[in-house]
Ligand binder design. Structure first.
Ligand SMILES: [Zn+2]
Length: 156
């Protein structure tokens, strides 16, 4: 059995992921910003090569909901991407990208919300980056698979 891959699906999965990475990151940070501002604190948000960052000038790190809400906002954004695919019923690259962001944001809800101290120390960065790459390329390869013609004709 040879594995054939749809080149267009792969290209679009790469392009869409890169194009939506910053918007999803900003959406994630805006979740933290929302809670920070609601509590009457100042904040700053910035993006660099390591990703999005947000600093709240108030002590909210002890509140799990504050730490988890970035991922909740990000998850909502991932859901919106998947909803676009559901509405279009085509272009699986959109679904692949939505699912990849969903995995990343779900992991961040758990890690930021419940393992805050470890997460903020940066020692999970390698794990988070590996998970991002694995889900991005994993879903890309999964949805780019091309069924062999003989398999299509025999399976009814
Ligand atoms: Zn966050």
């Amino acid at each position: 059995m040879t594995l054939q891959l749809n080149r267009r699906v792969m290209q679009w999965t790469v392009v869409l992921y890169l194009a939506l990475m910053i918007p999803i990151t900003l959406l994630h940070e805006s979740g933290h910003v929302y809670v920070c501002a609601e509590n009457g604190y100042q904040y700053r948000v910035w993006i660099d090569v390591t990703g999005g960052h947000m600093q709240c000038f108030g002590r909210l790190e002890s509140i799990p909901a504050y730490n988890a809400i970035g991922g909740v906002f990000g998850l909502a954004g991932s859901g919106a991407i998947i909803a676009v695919w559901l509405a279009a019923k085509r272009h699986v690259a959109i679904l692949a990208v939505g699912l990849a962001f969903m995995v990343d944001q779900s992991a961040k809800i758990i890690l930021e919300g419940f393992f805050t101290r470890v997460y903020l120390s940066g020692s999970l960065d390698i794990f988070v980056t590996s998970l991002q790459l694995a889900s991005w390329f994993g879903f890309m390869l999964y949805f780019a698979r091309v069924k062999a013609p003989e398999a299509v004709s025999t399976s009814r």
